[in-house]
Structures are given as C-alpha cells and as structure tokens.
Design a protein around this ligand. Structure first.
Ligand SMILES: Cc1cc2nc3c(=O)[nH]c(=O)nc-3n(C[C@H](O)[C@H](O)[C@H](O)COP(=O)(O)OP(=O)(O)OC[C@H]3O[C@@H](n4cnc5c(N)ncnc54)[C@H](O)[C@@H]3O)c2cc1C
Length: 508
C-alpha cells in the first residue's frame, strides 16, 4: 500500500454530535483504530457553525445532550450555542477523542474499492483507506442560499445565518432578513433593538408557540450534580412528553388543532395590529413546518423599526432588495436565514459506490436507506441521521444514539462473520423505504398543506421519521443479517460464516 495513505478500520466523517457520538461509541466497543475527518478546525458541527445572535437549542438541554454524558450544569432550560459548543468540547476531552481528530480534512471523495474491499478517501488533509465509513456530515450543515439575480453586485454585506459575519457592526444599519425559519426567529429579536431598520422578507409565516424557558438555578444544578438520578428523571419526563405528542404529528394531524389554538392565542396576545397579525397567520396545519418557539419574535416584529414584507425575494437591484410583489427597500446588509441542503445531501455527490455511480445518482428519485443507516451498492457505509430519521418535536440526539447502536452492532456482525463487508440487499432497502413512505403519507408533514424541507423536489418525504423515538430505538437495536449480502475479504473464496447463531454465505 502507498506509504502516503493511512489505513484505518473506521473513518468517521464530521465532528458534530453525530461524529463525536460515533467516536465515543467506537472506543467503547474497543475500537481505537479510527479517525474523525472534519473539514473545519474545531469540533461542534451545528454548534460551531451557528454563532448568530440568539442561537440556542429549541429542545430542552437536558434532553438535547448525550445520555452517556449528562451535564448537570446546563444554565437554562434552552441553553445557548456557546454552552452547547463548550459541552461538545468537553465531551471530546472527557472521552479521549482528540488523538482521533483530523481537522482541515474535508472529504472530497470516498470511493468503494471493489478489488480491495475497502473505502478510499481523498481529503484535504491526505488520503485514507478505511474498512468502514460512518458518515455524520449533518442534515443542516451546508447552507442553502437562493440564486438571486443582482446579488453579486450588492455593495453591502451578504451572509448566511450559519456563517455569521462577526466583523460587521449592525448598529444603525438597514438590514434585510430573508426567511422566517428557526434561525431567523432567533436572530430577529436579537438584532432588532440595535439595527436602524429591519426588513423581514417572509414567504410563509411560521407557527410560533410560547417558549417556556428559564434559567436553571444554582440549587437545581447542585441537585442534578449531587444526585444524578434527578437529572435522569428530568430527561425522562421531557422525553415522555414528546413521545406522547408524536401521535398527533404522524397519525392524527387533526389533533394538532389544540396546539394551533395555543399558537393563535400567542399571536393575538403578542401582536395588537390586526393587519400585521393577518400577515403573520399561517394558512397550513401547525406542525407541517417546524413549530417555532419564541416569546420575543412577535414583539420584535411589532416595533416601529421593523417591517414584514410578505413576498419572496426576487432580485437585488443595486443596494435594494426587491420582492415579487414589487416592494423595494434599500439596505446595508442581507442576511439569509434560508436553511440548508437537506434533501440533497451534499456528501452524496462525493461518495462513489460499487457500481461506479455516486450516491446522488443512486438517489436521483429520492434518498432512501435501510433503517436510516445503509444503502445498497455502498458496502460498509453507515449514516448517522440518514434518510427519514429527522424529528419534528424531539431531540435529534435520541436518533443519533439509536443509529450508534446500529453502527456498533454492524461492526460486531462484521467481525463475527469474517466478511470484509456487508452490503444492504436492494429488496430490504426498498421494503424499508416503502414502509417509510406509506407511514409518511398520513403525517402532518405530508398532509398539512405546506411546502417544507421535509419534502424533496418530487414531493416525497425523505427526511422525517414517521414514528416515536422508541420505535426507532427498537428498529436499530440489532442488525438483521438477512437484510445484507456478505462480501468475502479480497481474494478469498466464498466461506460460510457463523453469525449470531445463524449461518450466512459470504460471496467473493
Ligand atoms: C441553528 C440550529 C439549531 C438546532 N437546534 C436543534 C435542537 O434544538 N434540537 C434538535 O434536536 N436539533 C437541532 N438542530 C439540528 C442539529 O443539526 C442536530 O441536532 C445535530 O446537531 C446534528 O449533528 P450532526 O453531527 O449530525 O451534524 P452537524 O452538527 O451538522 O455536524 C456535521 C459535521 O460534518 C462536517 N462535514 C460536513 N461535510 C464534510 C465533509 N465532506 N468532510 C469533512 N467534514 C464534513 C461539518 O463541518 C460538521 O462539523 C439544530 C440545527 C441548527 C442549524
């Protein structure tokens, strides 16, 4: 093998919650021969990249953290970005992950080598080969900025919410905020008091619920530290409440009416101007798009220096933003809160499977992965937060930890089988995906009458998990070997492998 190529048992891509969680899990499984390839210069993923004013989680911190790394010191019910980022740095140190990290190592290509039966990875920090690749590149990692004619000639500052320009002083400036999603509703109340004029460009109003946030006092934090069972109980209650809510999202969207009443009352209480209230009232079922939590968004929109334009951004003309309804406003800065590339995972263009096609080509009709984790024709490639694993109302860390269970069982099965690789059977992936689509068809994301990032360009729901987190935990607890073809080590004859008491034929 080429001296310049480092071989590892496992290459993990990404160092957010998913990649760091995978690293902890690998070490716990006794696997130390692995690297974590990260394109940036620090760990943290979402919580490193999103440093915009007001950035915080919208699932309570005691649930939005690893079960194996409880943090009794969360300062608020919904902690801010700097605290979540610091938590992930601590996890990295506590679990001894630093030696595995490779920063500045953007994966430019990962190609399955059919002869050698391993992955060949080309990164910005050199070449690697790996028996197994765990992709944790994140569902909300690559910003999506619409193509707007004239933007390249705009003389002011232009940036995406996840790439905040901290050198820019917004004080007294005229600012256009494009988009009204989860990031925008945290940014708007944070910058409104200091900017001169804020123009919020809204295509679709979000449903906004009250945010039941509060500081977690010293006594409470002490209790969680001294009696860890109390923090565990708190996490359990937060989890259970959300598990009970899932039915309304995935089976009986009509039940969402109750939540809609709360959101309507919140809007009525917060916005006195009936004209503005009308512009802020959604016309789709609550939950169809992500439900947002804020007590400060509506009051900020009611301030005299804020204007809500209810039309899509059409072009930038000189230093003005122009919307489809002809509204034109001169601004000094444009901030895009327009979301991320979710349904067309960017890593898909860079991963090449056993038939020489990229994952994006393989997924041209929509993303699909067996149990959200594996794809036929892409042996020994596992996803953390793969297709149909996103949630509408609970913590993504629960889904990440379930995928990690699957990764661990996958590696054990691989070891026991004597196979070089497992390749998901096309029929198993198809059956899983059909079940996902069948179940998704009755969810609020499909039936709620909105256009959201849960649905792909073909209108298929390839992102949301249509069940409870407990169901996903069960589905990923154990690998079913019958769902896989086994590939023998390079040059080996077919062998029979005893795996978890069953026999499986290993193909050469
Ligand atoms: C502002 C914001 C708030 C959120 N709040 C919540 C919340 O309250 N609750 C919740 O459940 N979820 C929330 N989410 C969703 C959040 O993305 C997930 O909860 C979780 O952080 C995802 O972790 P991850 O490791 O999968 O991805 P990420 O955190 O996105 O990490 C992916 C990593 O992969 C790296 N990477 C990507 N491509 C490559 C490549 N080619 N080569 C090398 N490295 C690469 C990236 O640099 C990044 O470090 C939020 C998302 C955002 C954007």
């Amino acid at each position: 093998m080429d001296d310049d190529v480092e071989h590892v048992r496992v290459a993990v891509i990404g160092s957010g919650f998913g990649g760091l969680g995978a690293a902890v899990r690998l070490r716990r499984e006794g696997i130390t021969d692995f690297v974590v390839l990260e394109r940036a210069e620090a760990v943290g993923g979402t919580w490193r990249d999103n440093s915009y004013p007001g950035c915080a989680c919208d699932v309570p911190s005691h649930l939005y953290s690893f079960s194996f790394a409880p943090n009794p010191d969360w300062p608020r019910a919904f902690s801010g970005q700097e605290h979540i980022r610091a938590y992930l740095e601590r996890v990295t140190d506590t679990f001894g992950l630093r030696p595995h990290l490779r920063f500045g190592a953007e994966v430019q290509q990962a190609r399955w080598d059919t002869e050698a039966r391993h992955w060949h990875l080309t990164t910005a920090a050199g070449e690697f080969t790996a028996d197994v690749v765990v992709s944790a590149t994140g569902p909300l990692s690559d910003p999506k900025i619409p193509e707007v004619p004239g933007i390249e000639d705009f003389p002011g500052a232009v940036f995406h919410s996840s790439r905040w320009d901290h050198d820019l002083d917004l004080k007294g400036k005229r600012v256009a905020m494009v988009g009204t999603g989860a990031s925008a509703i945290q940014i708007v109340p944070s910058i409104q008091p200091e900017v001169g004029k804020l123009t919020v460009i809204q295509r679709t109003p979000p449903w906004v619920m009250p945010r039941v946030d509060r500081p977690i006092g010293a006594a409470e934090r002490w209790l969680h530290g001294a009696v860890p069972g109390t923090a565990k109980m708190r996490r359990g209650v937060l989890w259970l409440i959300r598990e009970f809510q899932v039915g309304a999202f995935v089976k009986r969207p009509k039940l969402m009416k109750a939540a809609e009443r709360v959101a309507r009352a919140h809007l009525r209480r917060s916005v006195k101007d009936p004209g503005l209230r009308a512009r802020l009232t959604p016309d789709y079922t609550i939950g169809c798009k992500r439900i947002l939590l804020s007590n400060t968004y509506y009051p900020a929109l009611s301030q005299p220096n804020t204007e809500v334009v209810t039309s899509a951004l059409k072009e930038v003309r000189g230093s003005s933003v122009v919307t489809a309804d002809g509204t034109e406003r001169e601004v000094d800065a444009i901030i895009f809160g327009t979301g991320f590339r979710v349904t067309d995972m960017p890593i898909g263009d860079r991963v090449i499977g056993s038939d020489g096609r990229t994952l994006s080509e393989h997924w041209k009709d929509g993303m699909a992965a067996l149990r959200g984790c594996t794809v036929d024709g892409f042996p020994n490639l596992l996803f953390i937060i793969g297709p149909n694993t996103g949630l509408g109302n609970s913590s993504m860390i629960l889904m990440i930890e379930s995928s990690l269970n699957y990764v661990a069982d996958y590696l054990r099965a691989l070891e026991r089988s004597g196979a070089a690789a497992l390749d998901a059977k096309p029929a198993a992936v198809t059956a899983w995906n059909q079940e996902m689509q069948r179940r998704a068809s009755r969810t609020v994301w499909n039936t709620g009458g909105c256009k959201s990032w849960y649905l792909d360009a073909n209108g298929r729901n390839t992102t949301a998990w249509p069940g409870t987190t407990a169901e996903f935990r069960r589905a990923t607890r154990q690998l079913k070997l019958s769902e896989y073809n086994l590939l023998a080590p390079a040059g080996d004859k077919p062998v029979t492998a005893a795996v978890t008491g069953r026999s499986a034929e290993v193909a050469s």
